[in-house]
Design a binder for this molecule. Structure first.
Ligand code: 5GP
Length: 206
């Protein structure tokens, strides 16, 4: 029987400041594409309407630190005084099966992934159209205090300075357009000639 190309999934990191619209854009992407969105673990409290195991796995500080000690996390970072991290097992399982995986994580986490998995990881930075829109989006969420809003806004401006470490950027003005742009990047990446090109050549060499 003819051998066919067996691909390993790509690991897409989507970062961007709080208010860039990562959550909304990823949801839109999931509606139209067969990708696995990793569920992160966090020590922050659930916001109204958030459900354990859906938006995040909500755990205590002690539990999170136990997972770090056990080596269960692919990456983790402290963001706004809380731990956030990516549980390793589910991500690796999907990648091995050839499924693309998205991590919606902050820049600190994105850089850890780039270092750990340089061959698999593709880093995409989501930007707001401008700073006024960013501020309005952070305020519009309505779940944060004034101090939190200011902190997130300042943090956002610092995060944007690290965009040079990323492979692609997408501006989120209209959600559907931003999701399409990410889909185009994913499509192009799935046609990239792989590092281990010999495996691809072998398939066509009798
Ligand atoms: P929020 O509290 O608004 O849900 O998230 C705060 C920040 O933490 C966002 O920038 C979000 O992307 C980031 N974040 C969420 N999950 C993870 C994760 O697993 N790892 C890292 N490093 N950051 C995360």
């Amino acid at each position: 029987m003819a051998k066919t190309h067996q691909r390993v999934g790509h690991l897409y990191v989507i970062s961007g400041p709080s208010g860039a619209g990562k959550g909304t854009v990823c949801k839109e992407l999931l509606r139209t594409h067969d990708v696995h969105l990793s569920t992160s673990m966090t020590t922050r409290n659930p916001r109204p309407g958030e459900v354990d195991g859906i938006e995040y796995f909500f755990v205590s500080h002690e539990e999170f630190e136990e997972h770090i000690a056990n080596g269960d996390m692919l990456e983790y970072a402290k963001v706004f005084d809380n731990y956030y991290g990516t549980p390793k097992d589910a991500v690796l399982r999907h990648l091995k099966r050839g499924r693309d995986v998205i991590l919606e994580i902050d820049v600190q986490g994105g850089l850890q992934i780039k270092k750990k998995m340089p061959e698999e990881a593709i880093l995409i930075f989501l930007l707001p159209p401008d700073l006024d829109t960013l501020y309005d989006r952070i305020v519009g969420r309505g779940t944060e205090s004034k101090a939190d809003i200011d902190r997130r806004f300042n943090e956002a401006r610092n995060e944007i300075k690290l965009i040079g470490e990323y492979d692609y950027y997408v501006v989120n003005g209209v959600v559907a357009d931003a999701a399409n742009d990410i889909a185009s990047i994913m499509n192009a990446e799935s046609h990239r000639v792989p590092e281990r090109v010999s495996e691809l050549i072998k398939l066509y060499d009798e």
